[in-house]
Design a protein around this ligand. Structure first.
Ligand code: 13P
Length: 252
């Protein structure tokens, strides 16, 4: 069934990038044809750049996503952005429940689920992030934690078309550390089994599960070849087009 899942390599730029950074998008777009049909490419710049990037990428195979949204469509929420606004700016997807938002903004699974629903309401795909902390892994609680996050963060109605799961061990983000391939396989297989229990085998077979956390060109091939890994959510290495493309090259 894996052949039916088109891998998705997405760059999460986090709070990085100014107008001039469009040069990196241009470089990715220039190479995009080589990847078409093998792997989907997405760039998620900060919200200030979503409209500019989406306009530039229009008609190219590069999708533009956002990094977070509010659960409401509009209202008195100073500083927040709705999924509708991101869609209006040209985004096709939004990351929700990234560990940095769960940690720094105290987002709960229920809030993440509400944001995923907001994404769907606006016509966006939701990229839902899950992953354990170092302490949780050391305590042997990885699957318990990830299972709880998957259960709590994925809305009813999840399909392969409207949702992607990103497994991002918190301790692997920005640290240069990565789990063993056996650990990645265990987590991804577990997540797919949980999805199958709740949404049925067809949804589980089709839904993409990205790995995220210190993915770089030098380790991408190994990580992307692990069973049940359907692409990557890339942080730091996505800021340079050469590195981002180097990671996606795992699928060429
Ligand atoms: P790094 O690739 O910088 O470890 O970040 C991963 C991540 O958090 C992507 O969402």
């Amino acid at each position: 069934m894996a052949a039916a899942r088109r891998p998705l390599v997405a760059g999460n730029w986090k709070m990085n990038g100014l107008k001039g950074s469009i040069a990196e998008l241009d470089k990715v777009m220039a190479a995009a044809a080589d990847y078409t049909g093998k792997v989907e490419l997405m760039v998620c710049p900060p919200s200030t750049l979503v409209a500019q990037f989406a306009a530039r990428a229009q008609g190219s195979p590069i999708a533009i996503g956002a990094q977070d949204c509010h659960a409401e469509a509009a209202g008195a929420f100073t500083g927040d952005l709705s999924a509708e606004m991101l869609k209006d700016a040209g985004a096709v997807a939004v990351i929700v429940g990234h560990s940095e938002r769960r940690t720094y903004h105290k987002e709960t699974d229920a809030e993440v689920r509400a944001k995923a629903l907001a994404a769907w309401r606006a016509g966006l795909m939701a990229i839902v992030c899950v992953g354990e902390t170092k302490d949780e892994r050391v305590a042997g609680k990885t699957l318990e934690v990830v299972g709880r996050q998957v259960e709590g963060s994925l809305p009813d109605g999840t399909t392969p078309a409207n949702l992607v799961i990103a497994y991002e061990p918190v301790w692997a983000i920005g640290t240069g550390l990565t789990p063993t391939t056996a650990d990645v396989a265990e987590a991804h297989g577990f997540i797919r089994a949980e999805v199958a229990k709740r949404f049925g085998q067809a949804v589980a077979d089709g839904v993409r599960i990205q790995y995220g956390g210190s993915v770089k060109p030098s380790n991408a091939k190994e990580l992307m070849s692990v069973s049940d890994v359907d692409g990557a959510l890339v942080g730091g290495a996505s800021l340079k087009a050469d590195d981002f493309l180097g990671i996606a090259s795992a699928y060429l």
